[in-house]
Design a protein around this ligand. Structure first.
Ligand code: BGC
Length: 266
């Protein structure tokens, strides 16, 4: 086929991998991202003139765990200090091999994002979250259903997940706590199957701070799934959604991919 024919150009575009959210979207109040073409994202590729803006959200500075300002009422101080030389090397973490730049800043494992600093994320390096993927059979029709919540922050449907608390050693404990807080049901997620652990493409990611999640799948017993759902905390709604309706829904962050992985859908 002529490589410039309409069909070959169309197919080429169709096969192009979508651009990363971490290079095209951004968190609240972020400056514009420096434009990074996907093929120039890896740190070992040259991108001459790369001068991203530096951004750290005021809420991150306020939550510096080494300061505990008296006038701030937050229950936890969840952020590293802004001065990275005050952070112990072992407190900068990732499920992926870590790389640092000449100034000691950790480098995003998926390459340049067009913004330096931590943005809205508290930790230098990986910021850990956990996502429960909960399925159960419909008691009447027997159809498989999945538990989703509607997030208050973006209005999108999402898994009832969230960020790890300081004292949580196991991310499955984070998943159990979030499930209770966001959807109102009590389930021990230490018995669930871990279906993913690692980097996630998230609009808040920067060159030096990024999200990593651990996703756990559990199919509930009829007794467990009979618990009443109650949207709480960061959710405005919690619902069982038939799995057959999921693929046509647009979901928060990378949740659709996580669900597809867990349920082996494509
Ligand atoms: C959400 C998780 C999500 C993670 C990465 C967290 O804020 O609560 O559900 O997987 O961000 O996008």
């Amino acid at each position: 086929m002529n490589p410039n024919s309409f069909l070959s150009v169309f197919n080429r575009q169709k096969n192009k991998a979508p651009r990363a959210k971490a290079r095209t979207e951004k968190g609240r109040d972020y400056p514009d991202r420096f434009d990074v073409p996907e093929d120039k994202a890896p740190w070992n590729k040259k991108l001459s003139g790369y001068k991203p803006e530096y951004y750290v959200a005021p809420v991150v500075i306020k939550n510096d765990e080494t300061k505990k300002p008296e006038d701030y009422e937050g229950k936890d101080y969840w952020a590293h200090p802004e001065d990275i030389s005050l952070v112990a090397k072992e407190d900068i973490q990732s499920h992926e091999p870590l790389q640092f730049d000449a100034e000691g800043f950790p480098l995003n494992p998926r390459g340049r994002t067009g913004i330096k600093g931590r943005g809205e994320l508290g930790k230098w390096g990986a910021n850990f979250a956990a996502d429960p993927i909960i399925t159960a059979d419909d008691p009447v029709t027997g159809e498989k259903r999945l538990l989703l919540i509607r997030r208050k922050d973006t209005g999108e449907w999402a898994l009832p997940g969230g960020m790890r608390d300081k004292e949580e050693k196991l991310l499955s404990a984070t998943a159990s706590r979030e499930l209770k807080e966001e959807a109102g049901i009590s389930v021990d997620m230490s018995l669930a199957e871990k279906v993913y652990e690692g980097y996630v493409d998230d609009p808040r990611n920067t060159d030096n701070a990024w999200m990593e999640t651990s996703a756990y799948h559990l199919h509930l017993t009829p007794e467990q799934s009979a618990q009443a759902l109650e949207a709480g905390d960061d959710a405005s709604d919690a619902r069982w959604v038939p799995v057959s309706e999921l693929l046509s829904q647009s979901l928060y962050a990378s949740h659709k991919d996580l669900i597809k992985k867990a349920l082996k859908l494509s």
